[in-house]
Design a protein around this ligand. Sequence first.
Ligand code: PLP
Length: 423
Amino acid sequence: MNQAYSLFNISDKIATLAETCEQEVENLYQEAEQIALYNQAKVLKAFQENKVSQAHLGQTTGYGYGDIGREAIEKIFASIFHTEDALVRIQFVSGTHTIATVLQAMLLPGDEMLAISGRPYDTLCDVIGLTEKPDPLSLKSYGVSYHQIDLIDKERFDIEKIVEYVKNHTVKMIHIQRSRGYEIRKALYISDIQEVIQAIRQVDPNVIIMVDNCYGEFTETKEPTEVGADIMCGSLIKNMGGGLAHMGGYVVGRSDLVALCANKLTCPGVGREGGATLGQNRNIMQGIFMAPSVVKNAIQAAVLSAAMLEKLGVAIYPAVWDKRSDIVQTIQFPNAEQQIRFVQGIQSASPIDSNVTPYPWDMPGYEDQVIMAAGTFVEGATIELSADGPVREPYTVYIQGGLTYESAKLAICKAIDNMISEE
Ligand SMILES: *Cc1c(COP(=O)(O)O)cnc(C)c1O
């Protein structure tokens, strides 16, 4: 057995389990490698088509007018996602801010938003106004109406209901969330998204179809904009940043819609022309370059954790052999103690803050206590191995990320060992 296990104080039992599982899922690893190879070619081609040079790795300060590196990055994104245009900015604070910017740019007073993959990601509920006391700046407060159609069995679009609704209402924008986010549901496949978009287009060629692509990028060989989505967005401290981007978000899609988003992010008149890059162009460029491989590492880490935990009788979702369309693995522990020990194990194997022990705490905006492991280089970056969940039945942990497969594997072994060890 490799001495890494003893160096890292991992028991023989768990080391053997890891080796066995790895062999059993070999085909899944190869599939992930094939997808990464294709996406790497897509990324390299985008760099070459847009003639990226050393000059593009520079920076601007102040207003940031005429930043050729930023412009090159936006062309690369448009090439990768097969869209007319892209807006890639460090002025986007987070994924939530990026998505909110898109919603606020598309939806004006009197407009209607239709969510067709169920309730959107938690943090967007404040933006939309799906809370008890909607914020005065929520969409709801300024007169945008909202309707939601849930997935059937938490895994399929309710196409009949969606088509019927779109036929009988004047919907301005349709919202699709590709990843499970922090719900127990399937990540929607590109084929699912293609099918629903085709059905919608037959009854309404004009409705704006928007996709929250967070956690989904490069997990398949196509992206939602290649199957008909008009506008799509995501975070740079998840998949697309490849672990190197320090902050930011992206919007890609139809050029008229991207222009609206630029005006919303800055202001009318400034639009996309301003926005200093403060030395981030190199990280963002190199991050895109790394992203297909990093996403592959994260997928392989998710598969390994699922395979090992399943053998120990812990409930997991998606199943080991399920096709994936995001990097998230859901785990349901039998009790709080195992949940907490697993998360603490992940933290103890991290490169940063390994000496810190996470405990359940009252996180603002959450009803139950939450436990979180995030020993990351970039604060809150969930493309780096991280694990979190609410401490209540069914003791769920969402685990995602892994910059390198080796570091993720060691952390998962450590976490499982910690979970099963006696005090
Ligand atoms: C992470 C995520 C968001 C929000 O991104 P933050 O950067 O955490 O604000 C929104 N939607 C989905 C599906 C996500 O995974």
